[in-house]
Ligand binder design. Structure first.
Ligand SMILES: [Zn+2]
Length: 150
């Protein structure tokens, strides 16, 4: 099962094979199509039917197959290339946005912090007794001097 993993020995062997086979099949297909088309046009002068036109009929699917093999053989390399090309740009864009919005974010966080502090303050503030005006702790239920319910 080790060989079946991506990047494993078997995978690399298949990839190398595809990278050789893909361009080869593609090239053979192109040669066949050119031979077929050349035969087609050269038959115009004479009254003979094109003898090698079948080459084009064979060549077109070969180009398709070769192209398909190339696609699968080089898809990883292309994907890596695209990532290497685009990742730094994406990073720069994020950094640029970060620099541009840093002040705004700082202001928002400061506003939240101030709002939170303001919301906390009444809780922490001492409670004055209505009867004797003594200062009591924020969470006290009764006055610590006269015992009146706060
Ligand atoms: Zn009191």
């Amino acid at each position: 099962m080790q060989d079946e993993q991506i990047g494993g020995k078997r995978h690399q062997t298949i990839r190398t094979l595809l990278r050789l086979l893909g361009p080869l099949v593609l090239l053979v297909g192109v040669v066949f199509v050119i031979a077929g088309i050349a035969s087609f046009f050269s038959s115009f002068g004479s009254h003979e039917p094109p003898s090698n036109f079948w080459c084009a009929i064979v060549g077109i699917p070969l180009i398709g197959i070769g192209g398909g093999i190339c696609h699968y053989a080089f898809i990883g390399a292309v994907a890596r290339y695209v990532v290497n090309e685009t990742a730094p740009i994406a990073k720069d864009a994020v950094n640029y946005l970060g620099k541009g919005t840093q002040d705004g974010v700082t202001h928002v966080i400061q506003a939240i912090a101030e709002g939170a502090a303001a919301a906390r303050r009444p809780d922490g503030a001492p409670i004055l007794c209505r009867a004797c005006k003594a200062s009591n702790e924020a969470h006290a239920k009764f006055c610590n001097r006269c015992g009146t319910a706060l």
